[in-house]
Design a protein around this ligand. Sequence first.
Ligand code: FE
Length: 387
Amino acid sequence: MARFTLPRDIYFGKGTLDELKNLKGKKAIVVVGGGSMKRFGFLDKVVDNLKEAGMEVQLFEGVEPDPSVETVMKGAKAMQEFQPDWIVSIGGGSPIDAAKAMWAFYEYPDVTFEDLIVPFNFPTLRQKAKFLAIPSTSGTATEVTAFSVITDYAKGIKYPLADFNITPDVAIVDPDLAETMPAKLTAHTGMDALTHAIEAYVSTVASPFTDPLALKAIKMVMQYLPASYNGCMEAREQMHYAQCLAGMAFSNALLGIVHSMAHKTGAAFSTGHIPHGCANAIYLPYVIKFNAKDMRAAKRYEDIAWELGLDGVDALCAKIDDFNQRLSIPKTLKEFGIDEAEFKQKLSAISENAIGDACTGSNPRIPTQEEMEKLFTCIYYGTEVDF
Ligand code: FE
């Protein structure tokens, strides 16, 4: 049996933040991050609109990037005291991800993170509150997905939470918010969205329900990302929708080893963090060449190339290389600035961790330890993937 789950309502378009005025409820808690939404006036607008809807509003501010277990518990406690019937989260991926986890602990105070990390093992939510998400970046698509990532800093572990219970009830995809993104964030989040759509399309659990969403998202990213990066706000609007379509696809079709490898290398090196979308962008063409040795996967990549008017898998990879160049994304890990000795020393561990990542299971070709090490080595030096 397969399942396809999306939010009940997705409002999209400039100014759709005003839809909040029509929300039916009594009490809303607004979960938000560090301050950019406040600075640009969007937070005030959310609060005003909810009050206009007749709701009592409380804020939970200051969710950090890569939100912690402590922040989730603090938010859940605030919810238990306030007893909201709506949870409204606004911002980049982090406040929305944090609010999803807070929701579970609000409704089930006795549940533990260990219970929730078992995929698709959540208790039934919506006993106390419904969930609305408003994204401000064009990449993670957490406003429509069944996923959330919470970090336990004491243990050094990222908890990936996955369950259709945390797919939001309502998403408000208002491109006005995405206009605030700086160019580099636009590039990285845009390539994250492209990776979501391509990995969803070649996933072993892709279906006729997810394929059209993935293909449309790929075509839109290819059409609009460079202009969006260069500051064209009409293109930025289309990218905000494209990333959401990609999210609807991968929430139901899952991802692949580009994400496995990005998850396990993002914080692995002493020279600094590799932003999620940037790591995906670097790894994507190499992984396509690796996966395309599998005949079924090759056919799927050829479909994508055909849709884009390109001739085959190599042309698709060349197109992605060209995109990365135009978006000032490096071609190799060496070029990114990862130290060679540290890379060699950690190669075995990052490869093992990547194979063990939750996203590996739906990749069309499962790499052995030796293959994963070779793949990372190709990505480090920029050498050809021929195995
Ligand atoms: Fe991603």
